[in-house]
Design a protein around this ligand. Structure first.
Ligand SMILES: Cc1cc2nc3c(=O)[nH]c(=O)nc-3n(C[C@H](O)[C@H](O)[C@H](O)COP(=O)(O)OP(=O)(O)OC[C@H]3O[C@@H](n4cnc5c(N)ncnc54)[C@H](O)[C@@H]3O)c2cc1C
Length: 282
């Protein structure tokens, strides 16, 4: 534990109480979910921690084809929930199984992952590709696509608001997720989540997000448009690989060079798109 200076700990009973406690600290309090990130934080300015694990946001529900997940639901709880396992033929299972290791997944929550939003993380990449919607309560109830949320100064938003729910839309198609990392439990050197819908043997729609570039996930809308109307084939996948390799926006960090990322980005996206298309055609 690196977090130092905390003097008071609160167990909020509901969203309202969490918000009023946050407000009372004037920026010197923080919401605590699984604590996986906050516990390692080097912040020294926090006086109070507000535990939100008991505020009624641990749930997974299917409603009108959408999957609604309360933000204090742990990654393990999601992985074990039948509705979450069913969602899009196991799309969430495929992603969450690749997040860290089981003891960490027992503590880490979906909400914490969305707010922490490490650029190398897998969950934001998947949520952006899936068109997930975030709901939160601060001065008022608000919602936005996770993709749009990440274009705002979202960390400042959640210093005064509780992220309450992530809703995943139904898709008539299939998704696939790919991650390159040094070892099974390690963080990504590059990741990609792709969705494809097939109609009359052709690609009706495509969603492609690439993350850990080393920046946070972004959609490749140019590729999504180019794929529409094409028939899946080895030639098409080869073109996808070459174009992504040519156009991918990648950079250096201490884990991998831009040159290496460029050389693998095409392969990672090709594999994910091809696998999603194969599943969608079944
Ligand atoms: C060693 C390690 C390995 C990891 N590996 C991966 C990986 O392979 N792939 C991947 O995708 N991710 C990975 N992660 C990231 C992990 O998924 C997140 O750190 C975790 O989900 C955070 O959740 P938490 O509940 O512990 O958040 P906390 O640590 O409790 O909170 C994190 C931040 O979010 C805020 N917060 C939490 N919940 C809410 C809420 N409901 N509303 C508003 N603000 C909130 C807190 O105030 C804090 O600022 C890894 C993290 C670690 C530490």
């Amino acid at each position: 534990m690196r977090l130092t200076g905390v003097r008071r700990f609160h167990w909020a009973r509901d969203v309202e109480e969490a918000l009023s406690l946050l407000d009372a600290y004037h920026g010197r309090g923080a919401l605590l979910a699984g604590g996986v990130d906050l516990g390692r934080s080097a912040r020294t300015d926090l006086e109070g921690l507000i535990d939100i694990m008991g505020i009624g946001l641990s749930y997974v529900r299917e409603e009108d084809g959408r999957l609604r997940i309360g933000t204090t639901t742990t990654l393990t709880e999601i992985l074990e929930h039948p509705a979450a396992r069913r969602y899009l033929h196991g799309a969430l299972v495929e992603v969450l199984c690749r997040v860290a290791v089981p003891p960490l997944r027992n503590m880490a929550t979906l909400g914490g992952a969305v707010v922490s939003a490490h650029p190398w993380a897998d969950i934001p990449t998947a949520l952006v590709a899936l068109g997930a919607e975030a709901r939160w309560e601060g001065e008022r109830e608000e919602h936005a696509l996770v993709e749009e949320l990440y274009r705002q100064p979202f960390r400042a938003v959640f210093r005064r608001a509780v992220l309450t729910e992530i809703a995943l839309p139904p898709w008539n198609g299939a998704f696939a997720f790919e991650k390159l990392s040094r070892s099974a439990g390690d963080i990504a050197l590059l990741n990609a989540a792709c969705g494809v819908g097939i109609q009359d043997g052709k690609i009706a729609w495509a969603r492609v997000a690439v993350g850990a570039t080393p920046a946070r996930a972004e959609r490749l809308t140019w590729l999504e448009e180019a794929l529409q109307g094409e028939a899946p084939s080895d030639t098409l996948w080869r073109q996808v690989q070459e174009e992504v390799e040519r156009r991918a926006k990648v950079g250096d960090d201490r884990r991998a060079s831009a040159a290496w990322r460029r050389s693998v980005a095409g392969v990672v996206v090709r594999r994910a798109v091809a696998r999603a298309a194969e599943r969608a055609a079944r």
